[in-house]
Design a protein around this ligand. Sequence first.
Ligand SMILES: *[C@@H]1O[C@H](CO)[C@@H](O)[C@H](O)[C@H]1NC(C)=O
Ligand SMILES: *[C@@H]1O[C@H](CO)[C@@H](O)[C@H](O)[C@H]1NC(C)=O
Ligand SMILES: *[C@@H]1O[C@H](CO)[C@@H](O)[C@H](O)[C@H]1NC(C)=O
Ligand SMILES: *[C@@H]1O[C@H](CO)[C@@H](O)[C@H](O)[C@H]1NC(C)=O
Length: 189
Amino acid sequence: MRSAGVLWPLVCLALARDVSIRSNSSEPTLDPRMLNETAQRDAAMQNVPLIRLTRYLLSHDRYDIRVRPIIDHTKPLKVHISISLYQIIEVDEPAQNIRLNVWMIQKWRDEYLDWDPREFGMINSTIIPFNHLWIPDTYLYNSVKMSRDETERYMNIQVSTNHWKGENGSDLSFLYPAIYTITCRLNIR
Ligand SMILES: *[C@@H]1O[C@H](CO)[C@@H](O)[C@H](O)[C@H]1NC(C)=O
Ligand SMILES: *[C@@H]1O[C@H](CO)[C@@H](O)[C@H](O)[C@H]1NC(C)=O
Ligand SMILES: *[C@@H]1O[C@H](CO)[C@@H](O)[C@H](O)[C@H]1NC(C)=O
Ligand SMILES: *[C@@H]1O[C@H](CO)[C@@H](O)[C@H](O)[C@H]1NC(C)=O
């Protein structure tokens, strides 16, 4: 019990120092599972690099999901879109419809997501739920079904820092499966 009482302020100290100066990556991160007291585990958990990184990136002072993620607002944001065809489910000639199972791949740069991996346990890339980040409102305009819920199944976004390239921001990869029923003029002989 006595030793636990001594350990607790030590953990707090490490935590407080981390917030102000940020940890040196060559120091090993304390594994919270090694601690027996719940309070100690909770405190040490705050120091896990992945948790610190996610909270840092998404803190409300830094990131606003409603803002187009570009610092110079006069510049356009380029979204690279590619579609990988997985399966043609159905071709309906009388209705001039075709139903496709595809993987959508959207990539863009978010200038507000930025970190130095050396401050976060050398994490270069992380995964963040799509509903916590700005995402482009791209839409397949000749889709028969208008509702996104019926066609697209959004997934998490991979975020990779551009720190090592000496550039600002992060590159985002947004991949998700979709089943589109699209109209197109069919002329089958
Ligand atoms: C990190 O720690 C190592 C050894 O503890 C030291 O040599 C190095 O200079 C430190 N780096 C920074 C950026 O403080
Ligand atoms: C946690 O408990 C185990 C078993 O009771 C003990 O061996 C270990 O030293 C304890 N760890 C700490 C950090 O107190
Ligand atoms: C992150 O990238 C740097 C530079 O390319 C590399 O040295 C480091 O090992 C990478 N970190 C991880 C966890 O892969
Ligand atoms: C953006 O990148 C430039 C160099 O390309 C650097 O001088 C500047 O400090 C970076 N800005 C931020 C906010 O990281």
